[in-house]
Design a protein around this ligand. Structure first.
Ligand code: ATP
Ligand code: MG
Length: 256
């Protein structure tokens, strides 16, 4: 096993499908492509930790989480939980929001996660980071650690407005912290067949960054998340699940 390819899933807009995309790609890479995957939850909302079913154990057993890693109290290897075959999770809780405030005065505050990942990068094929809906220090830490950033974006007009800000953050990280960071492309999420949705998808596609896939809106995606599965495993005929499988194949072709 070589060194892992590290991929952040980022967009400062909330509810665009970041967490869902990390879960879908993680599940598919582990189960269908037999890759060893670590998912890192760097969002204080802890949605990924919740949908992967880890939250009760963390609270009952008072386990260490990403808060401890970002405060440099623990290594990632101390907090990683096995979820299923080939699939591990570095969980977070709401306390991570306090950590973001404390980080402001920490030395080398932008590369704490990068250093933590460098110690375990040989143990995985892929590290997938679920970012919070902000461009703050937690997202900057994720981008500073990554070979690629994949941008889930909803096909709504408002989604385009914030895109320039996100691109500025990516450019700053590329110039100042991590010149290895590449834009892996867009995933247009929750598409529907309205004219408005189509027009927006078209204008996203005209951007110089490439679109990887379009994921249709489907109740099976949400239900599969609740069932702690990929949509493709939940319902192999589902179009969204098949598109997520395509995205996962695309990820297997990404090199460092
Ligand atoms: N293709 C889809 N079809 C239907 N529902 C979807 C689809 N993708 C995501 N959802 C649902 O949309 C909601 C938001 O998705 P998700 O949590 O992945 O977004 P997010 O970008 O991670 O949000 P946040 O910014 O709050 O972290 C969830 O309830 C999820 O189940
Ligand atoms: Mg999320």
């Amino acid at each position: 096993m070589g060194k892992a390819v590290v991929i952040s899933f980022a967009n400062q807009k909330g509810g665009v499908g970041k967490t869902t995309t990390v879960s879908e790609v993680g599940e598919n890479l582990a189960r269908v492509y037999d890759k060893k995957v670590l998912m890192i939850d760097i969002d204080p909302q802890s949605s990924l930790t919740t949908i992967k079913g880890a939250m009760p154990q963390i609270l009952n057993e008072d386990l260490k989480t990403m808060s401890n890693v970002m405060m440099k109290e623990n290594d990632l290897s101390d907090i990683i939980l096995p979820i299923k075959k080939n699939l591990d999770l570095a969980p977070s809780t709401l306390f991570l929001s306090d950590v973001e405030l404390n980080l402001v005065s920490a030395t080398m505050r932008e590369i704490i996660l990068q250093k933590a990942i460098s110690k375990i990068v040989d143990q995985y094929d892929y590290v997938l980071i679920d970012c919070p809906p902000s461009r703050g220090l937690l997202t900057v830490n994720a981008l500073a650690s990554s070979d690629y950033v994949i941008i889930p974006v909803q096909s709504e007009y408002q989604a385009l407005i914030g895109m320039q800000l996100l691109k500025n953050t990516i450019k700053n990280v590329q110039h100042e912290i991590n010149n290895n960071l590449k834009v892996g492309g867009y995933v247009i999420t929750m598409t529907s067949h309205t004219n408005h949705s189509n027009e927006t998808a078209e204008s996203i596609k005209q951007d110089k960054f490439n679109t990887i896939v379009e994921i249709p809106r489907s109740i099976d995606v949400a239900d599969a998340g609740v069932a702690n599965m990929s949509t493709h495993e939940y319902n192999s005929d589902n179009k969204a699940g098949l598109q997520y499988l395509r995205l996962s194949k695309h990820v297997t072709e990404m090199e460092k």
